[in-house]
Structure formats: structure tokens, C-alpha cells
Design a protein around this ligand. Structure first.
Ligand code: ZN
Ligand code: ZN
Length: 387
């Protein structure tokens, strides 16, 4: 192998670094595999076939969302990168900071946000706790190249549908939050929505929207204070059918427990799809008596709606888009610079304007930690503007 390296070039950019290239390149996109392999070797790196603790990087593109090796890669703390990152480093002649690349590497996008990635007090490192087994970094470029919906003048409303049985979820407060967080207008989905759980547990639940009645599969609830556990995917299928013409998306909020898979051990607090729909459950959050739980619910809500925009789980920072969010009080309410840049791209807001709206709202909610965080970032953005 050493001979091959010296044979191609004397560049030491990746000197001593061990790369494992995902098998999926081998099988489906051989030219990419070969190209990346040559780039790595010709710049002093080592390409290993075996995933081991010696490896520094695992090369796996965002488009290949099915890779059984990612769990092992994560457990060995190997960084997952895309082939385009390797190419970019070679082109720029340096090992570019991966967060910087994810935000602003290829072109000159998002330069205003670049200074923020250094601010560890505002955007700390991701916690191990908040990671999932299979994780692939979604860069800004992965985001803009993927197929996804964005709001526009004709379809700009975020509709909120109340799917609660007890009727005590205060959607007005939640709509205010959604509107400020996403810089889009909200409307309550006010067709007559009626949720009737079957009294015999484990049987279909009926949801009536206008003249239509949908049968939704249910299971026995695991969460206390709920009468049923409704199938989130059935709800999403139903929402796709009733989405209003002027809606960018529709968010269903239920006070009942929800599930995706037929087992009682997995807890689900929200589920979204790229079809402009999502559902979140309030059943694990006391929104009236606990500030912490109210705060955690807002994180869950923001997280699921971000998924609707096509924003994937985040591995770059401690961020509201971390895979695990809302069940402990550890993740922030906020989007990291990389994910903020994606939301800005989709909605087209001005960042300071969005934060100013949020600060007004959080003052109203008396959420002092959030207020002081936004004050800090507004200050930081001002500093960057004038410097
Ligand atoms: Zn998620
Ligand atoms: Zn993030």
C-alpha cells in the first residue's frame, strides 16, 4: 500500500489518517469508490477494508441512508464523512473543519453564520446521550440537493389540528410558538375534528374530520392518563388526505399516546414525514403545571416540524435536531448554525428578525434561560455584522 501512495503523489494532507469507505460505494457506485480511494491514498491517507478503532473516518454519503455498519462506526467513535468532503479538502489543500464544511464549505453560502460555530457557549458539542445508533451527517448541501417541500406564497400556513380527546390542549400558545420559531403564519385546522376512542381497548379509534371518518389503529396505552395509543402512521396518512390548499404543512397535536411499531417498549413522542405532515403527543408532558415539561414539549414540537422541512438529525452540535430530544432536560431549544441555515434556506427569513420575534414570545412565557440565550446570540450576530 505504501508504494501506491508514494507512486501517486507526495501530498501529505491525510498523512497517517485511516479511512474506511462504505461497502455501498463498492456495490453500487464503483467509480466514486475508486475516485475517493485514489484521492485519499494520493494525499497520504490509508484506506482500510476493516472497521476498527484505528480508523479515523468512515466515508459514507448522505444519499445512502441504509448502512448496517453505522452502529459499529458510532460505537468506535469514527467520524462519518461524505466523499464530497474528501474532495473538498483535497481541492482546498487543507483538512477543513467538518462543521465549517457542513455549513459553508463548497460555495460561499452562510458566511454570516460561520463565526457562530466557534462559539461553544452558544453551541456546545453534541452529548453522547442525544445520539442515535445510525447517524449520518446532513450538510447544508445535502439539504439543498435533496427532494423536499418548501413553503411559498400559495402554501405558507402551518396548520395545527387538535386531535385531543380531553380537549384541554391550549393550541393558541403552541401556534404562537410555531409561528415565531418557523417565521410562518399559522392557522388552526378548524374543520370539526372529533376523536372517539373505542371503549373496548385495543380496537380502532375513530377520527372524524368534517364529513369523513377515519379508522385509526390503536394499542393499549403505556402512558398514564391516556385512554388509547394511536398509530402515528395512520394519523399521518389521514392528514395527507385533508391537507388544506394554502398549507405548507399540518401538525396534529394529540393528548393520547402514539406509537409506530407494535411493541410497548419504544416510546414515541412525535413523528413526521416529508409529505408535509407530523403528529406530536402531549401525553408525557404536563404543559400546565411544569415549566420544564412545557419547555421539553416545545422542543419536541420544533424537532418534528423541522423534519417536515427535510431537516434530518444533527450530529454537529447539541441541537434541537439531535436524535434524542425532549425526554430529558439536556438539549437546547435551538437549532445549531448548520440546521438554522437549512431552515433559512427553506423559509427565507432574516435571522435577527426571527430571533427578535422569539425573544418577545419567550419573555411572554417567562422563560428566562431562553431569553438570555437569544440575547447572547443577537449580540453575537451584531458583533459579526459590524466587524
Ligand atoms: Zn427526529
Ligand atoms: Zn443541528
Amino acid at each position: 500500500m505504501k508504494e501506491a501512495i508514494t507512486e501517486v503523489s507526495g501530498n501529505n494532507l491525510f498523512s497517517g489518517k485511516v479511512f474506511v469507505i462504505s461497502n455501498s460505494y463498492n456495490k453500487y457506485t464503483n467509480p466514486t469508490y475508486t475516485k475517493v480511494e485514489i484521492l485519499i491514498k494520493s494525499n497520504g491517507g490509508i484506506v482500510s477494508k476493516k472497521i476498527s478503532a484505528k480508523a479515523d473516518y468512515y466515508v459514507q454519503s448522505y444519499e445512502m441512508d441504509d448502512d448496517s455498519k453505522l452502529e459499529l462506526v458510532k460505537s468506535l467513535k469514527i467520524s462519518v464523512i461524505g466523499h464530497d468532503y474528501v474532495e473538498h479538502c483535497v481541492q482546498s489543500g487543507s483538512k477543513v473543519n467538518f462543521k465549517h464544511y457542513a455549513l459553508s464549505g463548497k460555495n460561499k453560502d452562510n458566511l454570516d453564520l460561520v463565526p457562530l460555530i466557534q462559539k461553544e457557549d452558544l453551541f456546545p458539542k453534541i452529548l453522547d446521550y442525544s445520539r442515535e445508533e445510525e447517524e449520518q451527517p446532513q450538510t447544508f448541501y445535502d439539504f439543498i440537493e435533496m427532494e423536499r417541500y418548501s413553503p411559498d406564497e400559495q402554501k405558507k400556513y402551518i396548520y395545527v389540528a387538535k386531535l385531543d380527546v380531553n380537549g384541554d390542549v391550549n393550541v393558541n400558545i403552541l401556534m404562537k410558538f410555531i409561528s415565531a420559531y418557523f417565521s410562518l403564519p399559522t392557522k388552526q385546522y378548524n374543520n370539526q375534528v372529533k376523536v372517539t376512542p373505542n371503549k373496548r381497548r385495543n380496537k380502532m379509534c375513530k377520527i372524524q374530520i368534517g364529513d369523513f371518518v377515519y379508522d385509526i389503529n390503536t394499542r393499549k396505552p403505556v402512558c398514564k392518563n391516556t385512554v388509547t395509543r394511536i398509530n402515528a402512521m395512520d394519523v399521518l396518512d389521514m392528514l395527507v388526505e385533508v391537507i388544506p390548499k394554502d398549507a405548507f404543512c399540518i401538525v396534529a397535536i394529540t393528548d393520547q399516546d402514539i406509537y409506530e411499531f407494535d411493541d410497548d417498549s419504544s416510546i414515541l413522542m412525535g413523528r413526521a414525514t416529508g409529505d408535509r405532515v407530523c403528529v406530536v403527543s402531549t401525553c408525557r408532558f404536563d404543559l400546565v403545571n411544569s415549566k420544564v415539561e412545557f419547555n421539553n414539549f416545545l422542543k419536541t414540537l420544533a424537532h418534528e416540524i423541522c423534519h417536515v422541512f427535510g431537516i434530518d438529525h444533527c450530529i454537529f452540535f447539541s441541537c434541537v435536531m439531535n436524535a434524542i430530544v425532549g425526554d430529558e432536560n439536556v438539549e437546547p431549544m435551538w437549532l445549531c448554525p448548520v440546521d438554522l441555515s437549512k431552515l433559512r434556506k427553506s423559509v427565507g427569513f432574516e435571522i435577527q428578525h426571527r430571533y427578535r420575534n422569539l425573544i418577545t414570545l419567550f419573555k411572554e412565557f417567562s422563560m428566562t434561560d431562553e431569553v438570555s440565550w437569544i440575547e447572547k446570540i443577537l449580540n453575537e450576530l451584531d458583533v459579526n455584522k459590524t466587524s
